[in-house]
Design a protein. Structure first.
Length: 646
């Protein structure tokens, strides 16, 4: 764990010098597992002679490879194929077994694995083996909602990890303890443990483990309404994990979806839906029941936030089917909750209340206090019981769950000002900045002749700040973006001059001074209107055309996803709007395969323009050493011969 890269080089060298040496082969298999190169690990293992494939070591590694590559049911099948090996299995193999059982959610198997671990712990074991077994048993107890037993196992395992001097074990156990405290609604203790785990990984860990910790820390920041910190950590985590198709990638997508569900911004609905869909796609590929059900629940919530009741409703049968034959009361409660949300959106309030009550009963059987309060809050909202809702607010505040405190305020605003805190984008007579094409300013529907590029960049930056839900843009952040080549005193002076010129030309209230910097004042935008209404005519060209690609993460992504979804919607009925938007999107995403295919579908096979569009795209992709997707070729082959492209 100190230097995996060097270990891999040494392991490869050893195997090249003695490829028939079993120890060299098994060592390299173990290293490949740590590197998450599962296919190579399996290929090495299968290269063993037939006689060795009947050995206990082959069996143990095959179980571990299945587990690490998320083929949990295959791992359990391999375990049960050789009962003669069970009493001799290493703690590492037993840990793999325990993890697979947790992911497949079979109650009888959980009890079996717990008993097996308890028996194995009576043997004379190393510190590492005791750590592995206690960590596994703690997670099994956690799945059985036996929180005190789980916590005790994790604390004892942490003692062994510390005695062994393993930073990796310590970090993972701090992460486990944070999870226990988080489930028990002890947010402050969860923050302490997850920050400790993150710091250990930051100093010593590998990229994959660090990314997982970053996402978990982001969840804690989300619960305490530190949305910007949460977004930054989760996005960094996703960048590292996005090519892995792992449970961790699915989780970080779902965490981001939940972030945008909770963070009430102009672009939150689009991003929430996008990340929920991404997480659901990964979960379907993995086929892990617990993860897939959680992804379906989040996807239903996000479709409803986006306003697509039918899409949310269409997910419910799959959710129900995935739970058949499984003892997962927490997920069954979420299915009832999701059904209630859909029924409410369909104006069936009595049906919604009935399903909320079902969810409430199931969560009470698990004694999950936070979720009990959340479902009761939904019932209070439907019953307009503000007095009882305030009791939930007090409980959330006492447990540090500030995100849920905000949710109560959103449902039951204490003052009119709280409910109407967002500045309207369509104030009569207000200024407007257009960024969905060439950047321009207008007032009362008439374009203002305004050519100050740096001033337009400043307005664009403040607009992105507002769209992303931030109250202000700090001065240092602005000058880093707009004046990267100037020294700080010169940059601050230039920014002050910029603010003065804008206020002189456009009015004193166009730029607001804040505690740390500036915010956009009473000025609307076509971008915010599009995110709110989906009006395709607002798009006149590439976002911030000729000015910038954008500054803040999430805003451009939200607009790209929103225009993509609008194209898909318009393409179903045909029409030139879909084709026009498709061409704009392709200019914004010229090297994206999916964008090209979407644009070709929007234009249609009966339009000769698709041939020239395809030809120019093919040249672009060849310039970066990539080929076009086969489906695009197939699309073109559907066209009349006169429009074929070689």
């Amino acid at each position: 764990e100190v230097d995996l890269k060097t270990a891999a080089q040494l392991g490869e060298l050893a195997f090249s010098l003695a490829s028939n040496h079993l120890e060299a082969l098994f060592l390299l298999v173990e290293i490949r597992l740590l590197e998450r190169r599962f296919t190579e690990a399996n290929t090495l293992l299968e290269s063993l002679p037939e006689v060795e494939r009947a050995s206990i070591r082959y069996w143990q590694f095959s179980v571990q490879i299945c587990k690490e590559s998320t083929r949990f049911r295959s791992a359990l099948e391999r375990w049960h194929q050789h009962p003669e090996f069970h009493g001799l299995a290493t703690p590492k193999t037993i840990q793999s077994l325990a993890w697979c059982i947790m992911e497949t959610a079979i109650p009888s198997e959980i009890e079996y694995a717990t008993d097996l671990i308890s028996k194995t712990l009576t043997r004379d074991l190393s510190l590492q083996d005791r750590y592995l077994l206690l960590d596994a048993r703690g997670n099994l107890k956690l799945r059985l909602n036996q929180y005190l037993d789980a916590k005790n196992d994790f604390i004892k395992a942490l003692e062994f990890a510390s005695a062994a001097g393993s930073h990796l074990w310590r970090a993972k156990l701090c992460n486990d303890l944070a999870h226990v405290h988080y489930i028990q609604d002890d947010t402050r203790a969860a923050v302490n443990y997850i920050e400790m785990a993150y710091q250990i990984m930051l100093e010593h860990g590998q990229a994959f483990d660090l990314a997982h910790m970053q996402a978990r820390l982001g969840v804690v920041y989300l619960e305490t309404t530190q949305f910007e910190k949460a977004e930054s950590l989760m996005q960094q985590s996703r960048e590292i994990l996005q090519h892995t198709d792992s449970i961790e990638l699915c989780e970080v997508n779902l965490h981001l979806a939940n972030l945008y569900l909770s963070w009430n911004t102009a672009h939150s609905a689009v991003l929430a839906r996008w990340y929920a869909s991404s997480g659901l796609n990964v979960a379907r590929g993995l086929g892990v029941p617990f993860t897939l059900c959680l992804a379906l629940f989040r996807a239903v919530q996000c479709e409803l936030k986006f306003g697509d009741v039918n899409a949310a409703k269409d997910l419910l049968p799959e959710f129900s089917t995935r739970l058949e034959g499984l003892e997962m009361p927490g997920m069954k409660a979420r299915l009832a909750w999701a059904t209630a949300l859909v029924l409410e959106a369909s104006n069936d309030v009595p049906g919604a209340l009935e399903h909320y009550q079902t969810a409430l009963t199931l969560f009470r059987s698990l004694n999950d206090l936070s979720l009990i309060h959340q479902v009761e809050l939904e019932i209070d909202r439907l019953n307009q019981d503000s007095a009882r809702a305030r009791t939930h607010e007090v409980w959330f505040a006492a447990h540090g769950l500030l995100r849920l405190v905000q949710l109560v305020e959103r449902y039951f605003p204490k003052t009119v000002e709280i409910a109407a805190s967002k500045v309207s984008m369509t104030i009569e007579g207000s200024l407007r900045i257009n960024v969905l094409g060439n950047v321009s300013l207008e007032q009362h529907g008439k374009t203002i002749n305004y050519r100050g590029r740096k001033r337009l960049e400043f307005l664009g930056y403040l607009l992105e700040t507002r769209i992303s839900g931030r109250h202000e843009a700090p001065t240092l952040e602005i000058i880093d973006a707009l004046y990267p080549d100037l020294l700080e005193p010169e940059a601050k002076s230039a920014l002050k001059q910029l603010v003065y010129l804008l206020r002189s030309k456009l009015g004193a209230d166009v730029i607001q001074s804040t505690q740390q910097g500036y915010a956009l004042g009473t000025i609307g935008s076509d971008a915010e209107e599009f995110l709110e209404t989906g009006n395709p005519s607002l798009w006149q060209g590439v976002y911030l055309q000729g000015l910038s690609d954008g500054w803040l993460p999430g805003v451009r992504d939200a607009l790209v996803q929103a225009i993509r979804q609008k194209i898909e919607s318009l393409a179903k009925t045909g029409g030139k709007q879909a084709a026009r938007l498709g061409q704009i999107l392709l200019e914004m995403e010229p090297y994206d395969h999916d964008t090209l295919e979407l644009t070709l579908r929007a234009i249609g096979t009966d339009d000769a323009f698709s041939a020239s569009l395809y030809r120019s795209a093919k040249i672009r992709f060849e310039q970066i050493g990539e080929s076009l997707p086969n489906s695009s070729d197939a699309f073109l082959r559907m066209r009349d011969e006169s429009f074929q492209v070689d």
